[in-house]
Design a protein around this ligand. Structure first.
Ligand code: SAM
Length: 185
């Protein structure tokens, strides 16, 4: 297993100041709508999962997925504090298995997590399987960990998995891409 972000980092990831540079509504508000079912892959302490739960509204659903039980516990507490826990399904996945093949989502997010996945090919093909036909999939990677050529490599792997690039995304501190299912899917 490669480097996995430890729960001790959540105090930075969930800092209210983060919204000043990475505001969830500004980054994903155009792609997430009331009543949607969305998935936050590698949700960490729930910084995005909680905002997504606010965006989908009381009849929407957020599937918050993480490898680490402790991260999911922090997400649960954060969501309860923000009064959106009833819209969130917490799911502990395996390192190389999301394990949600019965669910279909309108939007998928992988924020600062793809570089931590050992088998990206498998991961990307599993994401393809859970996207509804018009869904968007957003990948944001940290600039300091993922150089431009590594990010291009992730895009190539996404295309090989059956996705196509909608557009590159500008996110402070990160490299981003918006994807959707390719025409062959
Ligand atoms: C840097 S943190 C980012 C957390 C969150 N997305 C955010 O931006 O605040 C990366 C998260 O991805 C999770 N992760 C790493 N590998 C994973 C995998 N194979 N499947 C699911 N989650 C994974 C880690 O446990 C960690 O919570």
């Amino acid at each position: 297993m490669g480097h996995i972000c430890p729960p001790s980092v959540v105090k930075w990831l969930n800092s209210p100041l983060r919204k000043l540079i990475q505001n969830p509504r500004e980054i994903m508000g155009d792609y997430v709508h009331q009543d949607n079912t969305v998935i936050d892959l590698g949700c960490g302490g729930g910084f995005f999962a909680v905002s997504l739960a606010e965006m989908v509204g009381k009849n929407g659903r957020v599937i918050a997925v993480d490898l680490q039980e402790e991260m999911l516990n922090i997400t649960r507490d954060f969501a309860a504090k923000k009064k959106v826990l009833d819209r969130i399904t917490l799911h502990q996945c395996k390192e190389n298995d999301i394990g949600l093949s019965d669910d279909k989502v309108d939007f998928a997010l992988a924020f600062y997590m793809v570089h931590e996945i050992p088998d990206r090919k498998r991961f990307l093909s599993q994401v393809v399987d859970i996207l509804k036909p018009n869904a968007h999939f957003m990948i944001i990677e940290p600039k300091h960990h993922v150089k431009e050529d590594q990010f291009k490599q992730i895009l190539n792997e996404a295309v090989s998995a059956g996705l196509e690039l909608v557009k590159p995304l500008k996110v402070k501190g990160g490299r981003g891409m918006l994807l959707k299912l390719g025409t062959s899917k």
